[in-house]
Design a protein around this ligand. Structure first.
Ligand code: NAP
Length: 453
């Protein structure tokens, strides 16, 4: 695997690929590790996870720079990602025993009925490049602590991150085989997932990859969690605080250089405040600094790969050809690297890519809504259902409308975000299952009913 720095186009490292033979050997190691890992007291597994948090905290800069070099994330945001992983590990190190404690149920006098939570075995994780640490820790921290063992197949453009994470678990004191990173091509995933020793799989990535995993897993009756794409609405109502909405909206669209599943992608703005909001949003986009991702002041770095930037630009061009108006941006930057500017499109034609597809880069589609009803209808008019954000100064109105949005989460007067304390996941084409919180850690366990008479 060749790693290309997307900011410069230079090859920075080459890693030797693993193949399916290596993966099968890795599985044997996982199975050996599982036998003792599953019976290790939960408190000990929690303590090992807090060692992981410490290593992340002590080496924030090193891991942040690694991410930035491999996929171009602005360095200040890369540091934030490592800090968030540390928080996540500390969260499960502190709460896993409560999340996995036996639950007792009502039962007849003289009997006891409970649910206990037991690990499943080897869990395969297929992960994307956009948050190369966070996505992996979001799976590994809870599921390993629950007593499973994990095999990671990371995205092919971040092998250095994949290997660094394996090393973190080793250095934290995890026994060999509890967590392994295999540098596999995606064509090997089907074979690996079909192996009897793999008990479950989780994928974060695109719809086609999710369907491929789900269909193999379905054939072999294995549990899956799928975290897929999104085209989250950002609804600005007539009573919104426009300063706050525009500032937060610009960040919600452009963080991680626009490459976030829960980015605000479709801005749906009430007619009464449309012109004013669009002006403010353009100003906010204009103020963002695009540049060297290693520079602390950079807001937007390169797209993670040149081909991804080209794909994004095709979506923009096709939408403009169909009638969309470019308010700002709209052309790749004339410089070395995969740089695309913050872009706003209005007059979105029905059925154009900006209307129906996920734009995985710093491009906002803005719609005018005639009233509240029209705004909710437009928000729901998508095949995706990951998150949504609603802006109104009337909290009751926000809460009421949140109930009408067809998505896995709705934030009122806040951008959509993931937080270890609350469940995260989508509906419709955005996938199924939940990560994080007690619901996340319980996805890959056998919820066993035990009835004692
Ligand atoms: P992707 O192309 O689907 O890749 C994700 C992972 O799946 C990579 O490891 C990739 O390996 C692997 N893969 C691709 N095709 C596969 C197949 N047919 N069978 C098995 N594995 C396969 O997605 P991406 O471009 O890296 O990531 C962007 C997408 O992820 C966006 O749609 C984004 O919204 C979504 N995402 C969702 C969430 C969420 O939590 N819901 C979070 C982040 C991203 P290779 O790299 O080797 O191809």
């Amino acid at each position: 695997m060749n790693v290309i720095n997307p900011a410069t186009g230079d090859r920075i490292e080459t890693y030797e690929d693993d193949d399916i033979g290596d993966a099968k050997e890795g599985l044997e190691t996982s199975m050996d590790a599982y036998e003792s890992w599953r019976t290790r007291p939960l408190r000990e597994r929690e303590l090992l996870l807090s060692n992981v948090a410490d290593i992340l905290g002590e080496n924030t800069e090193k891991y942040a720079e690694l991410m930035t070099r491999e996929m171009g994330k602005p360095i200040s945001q890369a540091r934030g990602e490592i800090e968030k992983c540390e928080w996540l590990c500390n969260h499960y190190a502190e709460h896993a025993d409560a999340y996995l404690g036996d639950d007792y149920h009502p039962s007849p006098a003289g009997s006891a009925a409970k649910t206990s939570y037991e690990p499943l075995g080897v869990v395969l994780a297929v992960m994307p490049w956009n948050f190369p640490f966070w996505q992996v820790f979001r799976f590994a921290a809870p599921y390993l602590t629950a007593g499973n063992v994990g095999i990671l197949k990371h995205a092919s453009n971040v092998p250095g991150c994949a290997k660094a994470i394996e090393e973190i678990f080793r250095d934290a004191g995890y026994p060999e085989g509890v967590f392994q990173s295999l540098l596999l091509p995606s064509s090997s995933v089907e074979d690996l997932l079909a192996d009897d020793r793999v008990k479950a799989a989780t994928l974060t990535g695109s719809g086609p990859a999710g369907r491929a995993i789900a269909s193999t897993a379905g054939e072999h009756l294995k549990k899956t969690v799928l975290e897929l794409g999104g085209s989250d609405p950002f609804v600005v109502l007539d009573d919104a605080d426009l300063d706050d909405a525009a500032e937060t909206g610009a960040w919600a669209r452009n963080q991680n250089s626009g490459q976030s599943c829960i980015a605000a992608k479709r801005f749906i703005v009430h007619d009464d405040v449309y012109d004013e909001f669009v002006d403010r949003l353009v100003d906010e986009f204009d103020a963002l600094t695009v540049g060297d991702p290693m520079d602390d002041d950079t807001d937007i770095g390169p797209q993670a790969r040149v081909d991804l930037m080209e794909e994004l630009h095709e979506q923009v061009e096709e939408s403009v050809d169909a009638g969309a108006t470019v308010e700002i941006g709209g052309e790749p930057l004339d410089r070395e690297g995969a740089f695309y500017p913050p872009t706003i499109l209005t007059d979105i034609p029905e059925g154009s890519p900006a209307d129906t597809e996920e734009l995985f880069g710093p491009v906002a589609s803005v719609y005018r809504a005639t009233d509240e009803e029209d705004a909710i209808e437009t928000a729901n008019d998508t095949e995706f259902g990951l998150g949504a954000s609603i802006w109104t100064q009337d909290r009751d109105r926000g809460d009421r409308l949140a109930g009408r949005i067809n998505a896995g989460c709705v934030y009122v007067n806040q951008l959509v975000k993931s937080d270890p304390r609350v469940p995260f996941g989508g509906v419709k084409e955005s996938g199924y299952g939940r990560e994080l919180s007690e619901i996340g850690i319980q996805e890959f366990v056998n919820r066993k009913t035990i009835w004692v008479e």
